[in-house]
Design a protein around this ligand. Sequence first.
Ligand SMILES: [Mn+2]
Length: 317
Amino acid sequence: MATLEQIAEALRSAERVTILCHQFPDGDTLGAGTALCRALRRLDKRAAVHCSDPIGPKYAFLFRDLPDDDFENGLVVSVDVADRSLLGEPLLSRYGKIDFAVDHHRSGIPFAAESYVDPTAAATCEIIFDLLKLLGVPLDRLLADSLYTGVTTDTGCFKYVNTTPRTHRIAAELIEAGADSVEIDRAMFDTKSRARIEMERRVLDSIRFTRHGEIALILITKQMIGETGVVEDDLDGIASIPRSIEGVRIGITLREKDDGAYKVSLRARPPADASVICGHFGGGGHKGAAGCTLAMPVGEAAEKILAAAERYLSEGV
Ligand SMILES: [Mn+2]
């Protein structure tokens, strides 16, 4: 494991830096990527942010002052990428060697030459905030907007269990530096597309409860995605719906992937630990939120994950 100072040193001596975000990009990976890219360009380096998926309208503002760039032979840094496979194609094929991985996912599998992982950080953007200080790049409004977006989205607007006093201190500094927190929070949390509402209608229809309402499961199928026309950004936070129901301790979202397998997003209410349940299926994540993949028909996938969640609540394993 590298220190943050070592990563700052390597970045300082690099002339070109390529920053990689994870597929199905969220506010944290894109906030971290764009903040680091901007900071490096301020230091007169060539820097570029790449993601395997297109950037949807929700996060386009993060790139408003960042013209595209593309080059070979740069230092390659991944941000918020817990596992190599999460780079997705085409980045997976293009970047065989990742020099540094900067991340906050506890159970990530090391894939870079050097990693810096701080699981106590609520967002990778908290780590990038520290990294920018080490690089000596002062915050300005655009940098602050990027970092604030990552911090607020990964904490569900400072409501998730990962939120710490440090998170709030960082947010305060970002707002002082000009981050438009009110507008960003409105765009991230209080604005829904018509397609999203149509999706919520179907998702609510799919809810299944077990253990007298302590476990709730929802379903997102390819058919539902096709019918509603939702894009990836529209699905942000939808996995939080089951856990938001009174009495639910474990909320489960099953999402059908292109290959027919089901991606499980599990949310737990403390003291339950979502990563323990997903760990039984080769997945992982945080205490509050974890994931795994089940390659089987939907009925079987639902039975398997429900049985594991029920056993966890009964026996704690
Ligand atoms: Mn993150």
